[in-house]
Design a protein around this ligand. Structure first.
Ligand code: OFO
Length: 177
């Protein structure tokens, strides 16, 4: 059974994952209006992943005798300065999320709640991946600078990455049936 403190902290994380999904959805929609179909496909997929992170937490909290609360929708930004600023914001946001996950892990250790500690390890690994991907993309965009041709190929690359991620998920889902 979850302690009230941990239950409250996990619900805060549910809220943050929900906001991440909204945030990336807003970025995806903005990118689509800029004709950046690859960037938007990548970000739509990223938004779906964040929703899955939220859902996973809701289910876990409920399984452990708490109540996973669905948060209110907070309005994310509507427009963004550039593709580079979008990915810089993602990196900053993911670093914040990593800090929050680490704080949650700390509570589980203090409370000796090893079940929740074990559950959170999935998020710990996920944050390593997400931060490193965001960092790689920011580095690429720094190299591209103001080169329009470079941005065109970058957009195509992200379309391929998004397509591969969707195909891998579909294959996993089929394997589970
Ligand atoms: Fe949920 O991993 Fe990003 O925020």
């Amino acid at each position: 059974m979850l302690s009230p403190q941990l239950s409250k902290a996990l619900n805060k994380q549910i809220e943050l994952e929900g906001y991440s999904s909204q945030y990336y959805l807003a970025m995806a929609s903005w990118a689509e209006t800029q004709g950046l179909n690859g960037v938007s496909a990548f970000l739509y997929h990223h938004a779906d992943e964040e929703r899955m992170h939220m859902l996973k937490l809701v289910k876990f909290v409920n399984e452990r005798g708490g109540h996973g609360v669905v948060p209110a929708l907070k309005q994310p930004p509507v427009t963004f300065k550039s593709v580079k600023s979008v990915f810089e914001e993602i990196l900053k946001h993911e670093i914040t999320v990593t800090g929050d996950i680490n704080a949650l892990v700390e509570i589980t250790l203090k409370e000796k709640d090893y079940t929740t500690h074990n559950f959170l390890q999935w998020y710990v690994s996920e944050q390593i991946e997400e931060e490193s991907l965001a960092r790689q993309i920011v580095d690429k965009l720094k190299l591209i600078g103001n080169d329009k041709g470079g941005l065109y190929f970058f957009d195509r690359d992200l379309e391929v990455i998004a397509g591969e991620a969707v195909a891998a998920e579909e294959a996993t889902a089929k394997g589970k049936k």
